[in-house]
Design a protein around this ligand. Structure first.
Ligand SMILES: Cc1ncc(COP(=O)(O)O)c(C=O)c1O
Length: 348
């Protein structure tokens, strides 16, 4: 859907005069300058200077890989920061709402609540798919954002691309398709839909397949007007220099990432086979991510048993429709060997 992007943004923020960081006030034409503009310590270390506020070098590298333009790309301190910023930027506290599709990633609701923004919930169907009609019916002009993680966390499945397309074509606010686990999925990213839909936002992260959870780096791809707005409302130096260096290196090592993803997918198949044969596991849900969701006889009991054997999984039972479930991330083949050994010793 084509929307008037500026109409979806908070008026008071559209008019905001952004903080101008020192390094944005002149154009460096490649000359070596003496930097006396930002009250830094002048003695050189890898981090004595403020980082590039617009992260141009890393964005160029990402844009080339993802086949987008750099002004369609926003970088955040993890996707978590982007989720918070987009809610803050679009939703008037006490007036607007976001929409989520539980069971879903928990941060959407937390971030909305922190910003004083309401949350409408339209649960997934019993097979963990999107209830497209109910979503469209539950939305009104105050529903500014619809968050859809695919593959979904905590269920692990991808949503039907036809349903995603129907929502992007018909939802009158922004549709945020959160592709945190896209590298593990069979279906391709929906990034190619961007040029037709100014209401589509795609976010991805360096925290999962890219192996950089500790560095905190998220990517959001969207209409250029929205990206420019996000750049104006962000903290000036939201991505630190160390993270930018590690990301540049990581982008050059995508062959290693792909090899690791291949191992994880093989391990997923192996662990699935084991879990399906355990009598106390009722269901092992199909996964398109780097974790498996299982329904068991008694999730608290099994969780505690695993803890006592030195293995930490996630008890996901508090999520709507996920009673008595555990979410198990895939480890290294050695870690999975230990998990499988432990699983076989737990009584029926
Ligand atoms: C669907 C989904 N989106 C976003 C995130 C957070 O990503 P980041 O580490 O980039 O903040 C997670 C983390 O678990 C997630 O499951």
């Amino acid at each position: 859907m084509k929307i008037d992007v500026n109409r979806m943004l908070r008026k008071s923020l559209l008019e905001l005069m952004p903080y101008q960081s020192a390094r944005q006030e002149f154009v460096n034409e490649g000359r070596k300058m003496i930097l006396l503009d930002a009250n830094e310590n002048p003695f050189e270390t890898p981090v004595n200077r403020y980082p590039d506020p617009l992260q141009t070098e890393v964005k160029k590298a990402i844009a080339a890989i993802k086949n987008v333009e750099i002004d369609q790309l926003y970088l955040s301190n993890g996707s978590d920061e982007f989720i918070s910023q987009i809610i803050m930027g679009c939703c008037e506290p006490g007036e607007d709402q976001i929409m989520i599709v539980p069971p879903t990633f928990g941060m959407y609701k937390v971030a909305a609540t922190l910003h004083g923004v309401g949350v409408r919930e339209v649960p997934l169907t019993s097979t963990f798919q999107l209830d497209v009609e109910a979503i469209l019916q539950a939305a009104d002009q105050k529903t500014k954002l619809l968050f859809i993680p695919t593959p979904n966390n905590p269920t692990g499945n991808s949503f039907d691309p036809y349903d995603l397309k129907t929502l992007v074509e018909n939802f009158k606010g922004f549709v945020v398709i959160d592709e945190a686990y896209v590298e593990f999925a069979e279906a391709p990213s929906v990034l190619s839909w961007l040029h037709e839909h100014s209401n589509l936002i795609v976010c991805q992260t360096f925290s999962k397949a890219q192996g950089m959870a500790g560095a905190r780096l998220g990517m959001a791809f969207a209409d250029k007007k929205l990206i420019s707005f996000l750049n104006r409302i962000k903290a000036p130096y939201n991505i630190n220099s160390l993270t930018l260096d590690v990301a540049l290196q990581k982008l050059k090592e995508q062959n290693i990432v792909q090899a690791q993803v291949a191992v994880i997918l093989k391990e997923r198949l192996r662990l699935e086979g084991v879990l399906q044969n355990l009598s106390w596991v009722e269901t092992c849900f199909p996964s398109d991510a780097n974790f498996l969701l299982i329904r068991v006889d008694d999730s608290s009991h099994r969780y505690k048993q695993l803890i006592s054997k030195g293995i930490v999984v996630r008890n996901s039972s508090k999520n709507v429709g996920c009673e008595n479930t555990l979410r198990i991330s895939l480890g290294t083949p050695e870690e999975n060997n230990t998990l499988i050994e432990v699983l076989s010793t737990l009584e029926n």
